[in-house]
Design a protein. Structure first.
Length: 321
């Protein structure tokens, strides 16, 4: 499988009145063509900031301060804004934003809103663009007639699928979906996930699926990256992460998934909260919450170690000093 995107030691900081918030602090991973990468972690660990970094849409006072993002042999962080906007953003990398369905404009039909993006980027006529809109709606499981509906006439799940259709409008090889189902009820969540899964299979695109809920990506993800406090703590195939999790934080996340069958076990969640990223703990950022912490954990940052082929962990339990 060939690499579509490589993120190398990327750092994105917010320069706030309170200090520098190190939201993404040296994250690296590779994404293959046609693969679904799940990015999981509690709220506030830098998931959305990482997505905005890849889209080069980090809002002020945020800045990408380090690292490289390689696509098609090019460091896309080095391109001028104009080059990136013309060749990459929406065309090669698109995004479904967190809470996006509420960003639809209430005064235009949803079909028009998708068509407008297509006309703008590809210079098609309205008729040609609408033909594509009908196909896109069908693709995400919405009756094409709904193109003529206004946002308030659609359910939450439908609006979210409209946002997915919009992200697909220019047929990009990579779509980033940032918590695409968080605002939806469980049944609709499953429908939206199924749409994404089907699209990925049919269009052979790559998806970065961001979630705070690991259980949501169990079925769809090929690879999983677990983020904690701006750092990548574990990376592997979905199987490796679910069947053989190595980082205490990953184990905590997995143990927090309620089980329907088997022993009734007390929900084991990780005590405490993620740290303030303007003043993260020294050493391993997870050490204040970790029941396995050793002396070294509060002193030095753990290196990333490959514990089995393709399975990486940043934890002193696995590293030698
Ligand atoms: N616009 C901003 N200004 C200042 N800090 C921000 C901004 N956006 C995000 N942050 C901070 O960056 C950190 C990571 O946030 P975010 O990427 O939204 O996390 P997640 O998506 O995992 O919940 C948090 O500490 C958050 O407060
Ligand atoms: Mg977020």
């Amino acid at each position: 499988m060939s690499t579509l995107l490589e993120v190398r030691d990327v750092k994105t900081y917010f320069y706030t009145m309170k200090g520098v918030v190190k939201a993404v602090d040296g994250i690296s991973f590779k994404l293959n063509k046609g693969e679904v990468l799940g990015i999981a972690g509690e709220s506030g660990c830098g998931k959305s900031t990482l997505a905005y970094t890849i889209m080069r849409l980090v809002p002020p006072p945020g800045k990408i301060v380090g690292g490289e993002i390689i696509m098609e042999g090019k460091n896309i962080l080095k391109l001028s804004e104009e080059e990136f906007r013309k060749q990459y953003r929406w065309k090669k990398i698109s995004m479904v934003f967190q809470g996006a369905m509420n960003a639809l404009n209430p005064v235009y039909t949803v079909g028009f809103q998708i068509a407008e993006a297509i006309m703008y980027h590809e210079g098609l006529s309205k008729r040609e663009a609408m033909a594509r809109v009908y196909k896109l709606l069908q693709l995400v499981g919405i009756d094409p007639k709904r193109a003529h509906s206004y946002p308030h006439e659609l359910s939450g799940g439908m609006k979210q699928r409209v946002m997915i259709a919009m992200a697909l409008a220019l047929n990009p090889p990579l779509v980033i979906a940032d918590e695409p189902t968080t605002a939806l009820d469980v049944v609709v969540q499953a429908q939206v996930m199924n749409v994404l899964k089907k699209l990925q299979r049919e269009l052979k695109m790559s998806i970065i699926m961001i979630t705070h809920d690991l259980s949501l990506i169990a079925e769809i993800a090929d690879k999983i990256a677990v983020l904690y406090a701006g750092k990548l703590v574990e990376f592997g195939t979905a199987e490796q992460i679910f069947l053989n999790p190595q980082h205490p934080y990953t184990r905590g996340l997995i143990n927090s998934i309620p089980r329907l069958r088997g022993d009734i076990k007390k929900l084991e969640w990780i005590p405490g909260l993620p740290p303030d990223l303007s003043n993260p703990p020294p050493g391993c950022r997870f050490h204040p919450r970790c029941k396995y912490r050793m002396d070294i954990c509060s002193k030095e940052e753990p290196p990333v170690v490959e514990v089995e082929p393709g399975h990486y962990v940043a934890c002193w339990l696995h590293a030698k000093k």
